[in-house]
Design a protein around this ligand. Structure first.
Ligand SMILES: [Cu+2]
Length: 174
């Protein structure tokens, strides 16, 4: 995932650099007449701004796949077949079920009893996979698909009081 992001970033920077370089090389005339320089400046802007906008739009379209918004996740993982209700409170997590089926699109409906918490899921190897805010009076919907069975850990990612660090809960994917 990080490698993808770096590669995309390098491609975008490289493409922008190439376009600017090409535009500068082809539009700067070797004359001192200022009217020609003005024209070439306008041409330079056209050549840089338009491709830049096109690259931005294409980049935005491709990066949508990794965005955590419910519609994008539903598109990437499939419509959720299981909904897990998650209630955060100082200082614990309550889940409507502790076992989640592997390879299935799951929706976590996350809310809080008291203050803001950060609902984060960690893989059995300890890597953070996905996260969303747990807010009082509002339900955030987080869609995810677990491809590997094992014991996953929920941790709080937003400081919520003295026992914030022990706000940990495990669930099983099988
Ligand atoms: Cu916390």
């Amino acid at each position: 995932m990080i490698l993808h992001s770096v590669l995309i970033l390098l491609l975008v920077i490289g493409a922008i650099w190439a376009i600017i370089w090409f535009a500068v090389i082809t539009s700067v005339p070797h004359v001192q007449d200022e009217s020609i320089v003005d024209k070439s400046t306008a041409r330079l802007r056209r050549r840089v701004v338009l491709p830049f906008i096109v690259i931005l739009i294409i980049g935005l379209a491709f990066s949508f796949y990794w965005m955590p918004y419910p519609n994008n996740r539903a598109w990437a993982f499939g419509a959720p077949e299981v909904t897990v209700d998650v209630m955060a409170a100082q200082w614990s997590w309550t889940l409507s079920q502790d076992t989640i089926p592997v390879g299935t699109s799951v929706e976590f409906a996350v809310t809080s009893k008291d203050v803001n918490h950060g609902f984060a899921i960690y893989s059995p190897a300890g890597e953070i996979l996905t996260q969303v805010q747990a807010m009082p009076g509002y339900t955030n919907r987080l869609i995810y698909k677990f491809d590997t069975p094992g014991e996953y850990i929920i941790r709080c990612l937003e400081y919520c009081g003295v026992a914030h660090d022990v706000m940990v809960k495990a669930f099983t994917v099988e």
